[in-house]
Design a protein around this ligand. Structure first.
Ligand SMILES: [Zn+2]
Length: 455
């Protein structure tokens, strides 16, 4: 008898597990069917090589970037648009993980719950990306074949207006030596989201932020630059003697001697706290992927190394997108919108499909320090960066020139537009470009001119 009772209990348990499994399946079916439906294993939506065969991508102004006709996916008819937007649109084989064809597929596919799939169809949603194809082409042309990236976004809405990663290629004319030619190294990597670089002088903004909050008399001090200074057991050097400087001058001429001494005075632990708070070691989640985290060693290094760290020239590394957000937060009173590539989505009947609302970072900078930093950064443009190259709107920026073991220096230029109408933050990095203010600055100016019509 006992044996039978045991078996009955066992059968009941199995039945219970079965019923629970069915309930779990139904709950997931209701909640996640649209996500299952869009997975690459759904052969009704994808070609045998994994190419999504439904949905249209346009830029924010309706310029078609990718569409499907008679079961074939087409890109823009213009080679420059195809190359300039490749990393944000995506390639045919999903090797570029950040492409919209891959990571926005749940918006491209028109899922009709209960109906399922009825074979490969050109019908699908139209996803309007937030980028301007014109601005991307301007950035691509301005990069002139150099490796690097250009990003511009709206720090209030999160919309990315321009994103170009280089090297790139034409998805309709894939080079035969794409996998073997050194010129295409890292071609599938979207450098804006996934690369990290030595920040150089764009990091001086963070040292300035910490100095303004941690050193009470810093704004009334006078600094003297002799071209080199002993910091700890070794020297820190400037490319030239900067002479007598105010804090604002030292930032505008990017004096290493001044900023190295400030970093040591602030201390490695406190500098590290500021780095984390500013989001420079954060990883931001954007449409299902995460940006690369920066890495900093300021807390555990010698005084001389901390000095070089304070001017962005030690072993520390930052991600360009995180730099752009930090500068966006300075312009926006301390917090910035997290970037998105989505502008709007409409279904085949022209009805709007709901998209997520903008999310914001934590407070990266206190509001009062953000407004002070904004003044310093705008002063840089007047003093150091040939304002006449840029659109006639208030712009704050910082450049960086980072020597490389071989070839020319890496060139940085990052900042923001202080405008109600054009609340944009931007970052440009050109690998082996040379002077930051000249080369990357020129690219930033060209792209901003495309995005901000001259009155
Ligand atoms: Zn100096």
């Amino acid at each position: 008898m006992r044996k039978i009772e045991q078996r009955v209990r066992f059968c009941k348990l199995i039945l219970l597990a079965f019923v629970c499994g069915i309930i779990l399946f139904l709950v997931r079916y209701v909640n996640q069917a649209d996500k299952w439906y869009t997975q690459p294993f759904n052969k009704n939506l994808y070609s045998s090589s994994g190419e999504l065969l439904t949905g249209t991508l346009t830029d924010r102004y309706g310029t078609v970037l990718s569409r499907v006709e008679d079961g074939t996916r087409y890109y823009s008819a213009l080679p420059a648009v195809r190359k300039a937007t490749l990393h944000i649109v995506g390639d045919r084989n999903n090797k570029i993980g950040t492409g919209a064809l891959n990571n926005l597929r749940e918006y491209l596919v028109s899922y009709n719950s209960g109906k399922g799939s009825s074979g490969i169809t050109d019908e699908g949603n139209t996803v309007s990306l937030s980028i301007s194809a014109d601005a991307c082409v301007t950035a691509y042309n301005a990069l002139n074949g150099a490796s690097g990236c250009v990003g511009v976004y709206n720090y209030r809405t999160g919309e990315i207006l321009c994103l170009v990663s280089s090297p790139t290629y034409d998805p309709d004319n894939v080079p035969e030596d794409l996998e073997t030619n050194e010129a295409y190294d890292g071609v599938y990597v979207n450098r804006f989201f996934y690369s990290v670089y030595t920040p150089g002088s764009v990091f001086k903004t963070l040292t300035l932020q910490a100095a303004l909050e941690q050193i009470p008399d810093v704004t009334s001090r006078t600094f003297v630059c002799e071209g080199s200074v002993k910091v700890g057991d070794n020297t820190v050097t400037c490319p030239q003697k900067h002479g007598t400087l105010s804090l604002s001058d030292a930032y505008a001429v990017s004096c290493n001697c001044t900023f190295a001494k400030l970093a040591v005075e602030i201390g490695g632990d406190v500098m590290t706290e500021y780095v984390h708070k500013a989001g420079l070691t954060a990883s931001y989640k954007i449409h299902g992927f995460s940006t690369a985290k920066g890495s900093f060693e300021l807390a555990s290094v010698s005084a001389n190394q901390l000095g070089w760290g304070g001017v962005g020239l030690y072993h520390d590394l930052v991600n360009p997108c995180a730099v752009m957000l930090y500068y966006g937060a300075i312009a926006n009173g301390g917090k910035a919108a997290v970037p998105t590539c989505l502008h709007s989505v409409t279904d085949a009947k022209g009805r709007a499909v709901e998209i997520p609302k903008a999310t914001f970072t934590e407070e990266l900078v206190t509001p009062s320090t953000a407004s002070k930093l904004s003044v310093y950064m705008k002063n840089n443009l007047t003093v150091s960066y040939d304002k006449s190259r840029f659109p006639n709107v208030p712009i704050g920026a910082k450049s960086g020139t980072v020597e490389q073991k071989t070839g020319k220096s890496n060139s940085w230029f990052a900042g923001f537009v202080d405008s109600e109408e054009y609340p944009y933050a931007f970052v440009v990095i050109v690998e082996h470009g040379g002077s930051g203010s000249r080369v990357a600055g020129e690219i930033a100016a060209a792209v901003l001119k495309t995005l901000i019509p001259v009155p």
